[in-house]
Design a binder for this molecule. Sequence first.
Ligand code: AKB
Length: 315
Amino acid sequence: MKKAILVTGAFGLVGSDLVPALQKKYGASLVFALGNKTIPKDFRGQLVKGDVRDLSSLKKIVTKYNIGIVYHLAGLLSVGGEKHPDLAWDVNLNGLRNVLDLARDEHLRMFWPSSIAAFGPTTPKDMTPQHTVIEPTTMYGITKYAGELLCQYYHSRWGVDVRSLRYPGLIGYKAPPGDGTTEYAVHIFYGLLKENAYNPFLKADARLPMMYIDDAIRGTMQLMAAPADKITVRTSYNFTAINFTPKELVTEIKKLYPTFKAAYVPDPAKQRIADGWPKSIDDTQARKDWGWKPEFDLPTMTKTMINGLKKKLAI
Ligand code: AKB
């Protein structure tokens, strides 16, 4: 019998696009979407309710549905993690440890996302190398870096085939924006279409690495399909597409909507998080090991976001 796939955090920014992509590739009957609270009414597919902090119920799900691969996406983001540090530790790290234990005991393959948030203020900011100084200063970043080391440990100690990407800021329209720092670049499109105005909560020149969601999904599936002997990084791969500042994004939007209004009103707490992160990323290792190559640039991403969101909001 064919093994099935479990996606935790299935209704977040990544899951909302990854689940349909996996359904298309493997068939909807083999993809199980694990949700906790926010389950969209229009979801079509196999739904399981659960909490990644509850190991025994995860175990039952894996056995009952004959799961062979887990995409473990559930977790808090950077801003949410600063509001609720204890919860961020519990969900992000204890949740990951549970899934890694399951992967070891039940021989599952596994994907888990790290983030550019694993880096910190002492990391080189331009073209941040794969192997470099890593001293994160947010709870989210700490859980990501500790998580990367945990993944590497489970691989070297028990041979768990767990693979990971350091996601940059991801931009997509299917799920509502999460509680993150790069999420201004998602909120801005809602502001554009609803009010023709949006004030980014970061400085005009706050450059951050970013990626359109289709690239992220393609890269994630490509990494998981690569032969194991090609995977030379078992912490998490640097992974990037574009980088831009709030001002550059506003300029791009104004090419299509010249009357769009934006003023930069930095939120000190969010700006502090952004100040600790890289501006651009060197993802040579991902390109070399498993052929990573992004497709979306800033103009294509902007047009695609606007068209997609217009349809979603029926505008
Ligand atoms: C956040 O801003 O918290 C996330 C991330 C870059 O991991 N989007």
